[in-house]
Ligand binder design. Structure first.
Ligand code: UDP
Length: 243
């Protein structure tokens, strides 16, 4: 699929609708070997511009989907629009619906101790048929024992929720050894699935203002979010250069 990627400031995005992306995710679960999915937002694209390891891990993914409206704006500014935004958490929800129907198993890795277990309880209620193969918090020192646990659980899919770019580097390094067919880097999603953190109300999501809601709720994110205007400036500058 690499050939069809749309370059947004050095990160290649697959140009899919939500339906197409989920179908591709399900296809990868059936394919032999390990695959991983990343869901970069403008902040992560900016990190990839400064950090070669993050850049390699992100672009090395089998599926790269635009999490959030910022990347959509960036692609538009660059004159190479993407079909739609695909929030990572919604992608995960749609995938779990289909995994439940296909009786696939899921391992939850990440977040503070107790959260992944809580998310497991909520998700098994919400998606009857979905098998939770195991859970582990995201504050471990050695990869080896965690990788072994995932491997022994026989999970088909792993949600890796360690924040970016830690989760992307982790999947690149350890994906194959887990024995799973698909790993997804999903940031703070386990906190949402566990009911500890709420997503923005629908009106914010629909109007592309979810980032603003998160900023109001967690003003400490302002430093990280300053990367968004920077990202848009870089896109405009790069477009100027391309002309
Ligand atoms: N986290 C973790 N291990 C770490 C650092 C972070 O499991 O070493 C978890 C953290 O508890 C949170 C998630 O990773 O659940 C990151 O959340 P954040 O909202 O920062 O992620 P984003 O989606 O913005 O990258």
């Amino acid at each position: 699929m690499d050939t069809m990627r749309i370059d947004v400031l050095g990160v290649g995005f697959d140009n899919y609708t939500m339906e197409e992306a989920v179908a591709e995710g399900m296809r990868l679960i059936e394919e032999p070997g390990a695959h991983y999915v990343v869901t970069p937002n403008p902040e992560i694209v900016e990190v990839c511009r400064e950090n070669a390891d993050a850049n390699r891990a992100v672009n090395g993914a089998d599926l790269v989907i635009p999490d959030g409206i910022g990347v959509i704006y960036g692609a538009k500014i660059l004159g190479t629009p993407l079909k739609q935004k695909i929030p990572g958490i919604e992608f995960a929800e749609r995938l779990m619906e289909q995994m439940a129907a296909a009786k696939k198993s899921l391992y939850l890795l990440g977040a503070k101790p107790g959260i992944a277990e809580q998310a497991a309880v909520c998700l098994s209620k919400r998606y009857p048929g979905l098998v939770i193969a195991g859970t582990h918090d995201g504050y471990f020192q050695e990869d080896e024992s965690v990788v072994k646990e995932i491997h022994d659980s026989g999970a088909d899919v792993v949600f890796v929720c360690l924040g970016a770019p830690k989760q992307e580097l982790w999947m690149e390094k350890n994906g194959g050894a887990t024995g799973a067919h698909l790993l997804l880097g999903l940031g703070g999603s386990l906190d949402v699935f566990a009911g500890v953190v709420q997503r923005a109300p629908k009106i914010f999501q629909k109007t592309g203002m979810e980032w603003f809601y998160r900023l109001l709720k967690q003003p400490s994110r302002v430093g990280r979010m300053m990367r968004l205007p920077l990202f848009l400036l870089h896109a405009m500058h790069s477009k100027g250069g391309r002309r």
